[in-house]
Design a protein around this ligand. Structure first.
Ligand SMILES: Cc1cc2nc3c(=O)[nH]c(=O)nc-3n(C[C@H](O)[C@H](O)[C@H](O)COP(=O)(O)OP(=O)(O)OC[C@H]3O[C@@H](n4cnc5c(N)ncnc54)[C@H](O)[C@@H]3O)c2cc1C
Length: 363
């Protein structure tokens, strides 16, 4: 008796979303990943701060982040074969703070504690010991999550693609999907400059470029890119020892220790489309640099004179509800999505990839 044939799955986009879908689907499907750029994991997945954040107000996002982090910890502990050489996670601890007092995180903190996550509320003097950058900071509240950390998105994504390849998945770079191929009311593949690529199922994981692909099949699936800046500072004494990443949530300011200094963002958010094709990273703008300097002076006196050495603009993509769109398209058979990972794609990509593949009836 011949073995049942595996469905041909075409994943469009090799960022964290596409890599996670490929990794979860490859054991049960014949997977091909096409990526428009010469390199994988080179767009939003290379532009992020890599903070694994679980203390978020959205309950669904929190559940996804809890599952993703549990998976990463398990793989780290068991030395999973796809990441043995380069484990992607580093535990730094995290401080999530509020400039003005509010119950914003009350439910989320209770939920995390119920899930066994250690969330403390250190006294003011203790905060500066945990995170020297917070010395003399006027913060109404600060939550300390000693088990949180950062993730090297590149090694996470490379491991996912390596694992997919182990199960026979094929990766094709420098291959752009120009449009979805629709025949008899069903998506049957994509068109590319090298001809048509047919598949039983197309999963669009195209990040900031997803809306255009939807439009090619007459669908309205808005996934709006929003530009955000990150700056790297020069080395700073506060970052000399171990330092957690810190996020002053209501003020919109975060930092993580990096290269002897800090990687920082003023949490700006501007709607704009990247140019067609790969290479969305942009040089920083003066307005964002000024915004960051102003926030540092006001909120973190210990870092007031921080020198910002370099920076870039990256694109986080959001659906109108700011929740990821995943699973089969509601209108068009043969089409599925994992897009709109917003500002939490590193923190949630494993759970979302798994849920996407499950929703397709493959997991
Ligand atoms: C400044 C910044 C800071 C961030 N910080 C964090 C953080 O600290 N923690 C966190 O959890 N998340 C963070 N994020 C979010 C996270 O990086 C994203 O959610 C995640 O990388 C999105 O992955 P993706 O695969 O959807 O998109 P991408 O990484 O952009 O991948 C999409 C891929 O699809 C390809 N593609 C697009 N169209 C086509 C086509 N037509 N044909 C073929 N290929 C195509 C693109 O070239 C690209 O490689 C941050 C993002 C930014 C920009």
């Amino acid at each position: 008796m011949s073995a049942p044939s595996r469905p041909r799955l075409l994943v469009v986009g090799a960022g964290l979303a596409g890599a996670s879908v490929a990794w979860h689907a490859a054991p049960v499907a014949s997977v091909t990943v096409i990526e428009q750029g010469d390199h994988v994991l080179a767009e939003a997945s290379a532009q992020n701060a890599g903070m694994l954040r679980r203390l978020v107000t959205n309950a669904h996002e929190r559940a996804l982040a809890l599952r993703t982090q549990a998976r990463l910890e398990e793989w780290q502990r068991d030395e999973h074969q796809d990441w043995r050489e380069r484990p992607p996670v580093r535990r730094t601890g995290a401080v999530i703070a509020l400039e003005h007092d509010s119950p914003r995180f009350a439910a989320a903190v209770a939920d995390l504690r119920a899930a066994g996550v250690n969330v403390e509320e250190p006294a003011v003097a203790e905060r500066a010991r945990i995170a020297p950058a917070l010395r003399e900071a006027r913060l109404a509240r600060a939550y300390w999550l000693p088990d949180d950390g950062v993730c090297d998105a590149w090694s996470l994504g490379q491991g996912l693609l390596r694992g997919a390849a182990r199960h026979g998945a094929t990766l094709v770079t420098a291959r752009r999907a120009n449009g979805l191929l629709v025949r008899a009311g069903r998506v049957v593949g994509v068109s590319t400059e090298r001809g048509e690529h047919e598949a039983d199922l197309v999963v669009v994981c195209a990040g900031a470029w997803a809306t255009a692909l939807a439009a090619s099949a007459g669908l309205v699936r808005p996934c709006v890119p929003r530009a955000r800046h990150l700056f790297q500072s020069s080395p700073h004494p506060c970052a000399a020892g171990a330092h957690p990443w810190c996020w002053i949530d209501d003020a919109g300011l975060y930092l993580r220790p990096e290269a002897g200094g800090f990687l920082l963002s003023p949490c700006d958010e501007t709607d704009e489309w990247p140019a067609p094709g790969p290479g969305s990273r942009r040089p920083p703008r003066d307005a964002a640099r000024e915004l960051l300097s102003e926030k540092l002076l006001r909120l973190l006196p210990a870092l007031g004179e921080l020198a910002l050495a370099s920076g870039w603009v990256g694109y986080r993509s959001f659906t109108p509800t700011r929740e990821a769109l995943f699973g089969p398209d509601p209108e068009l058979p043969g089409l599925a999505w994992l897009v709109g990972l917003g500002g939490s794609g590193v923190s949630t990509c494993l759970a979302l990839g798994e849920d996407t593949v499950r929703a397709l009836g493959l997991g």
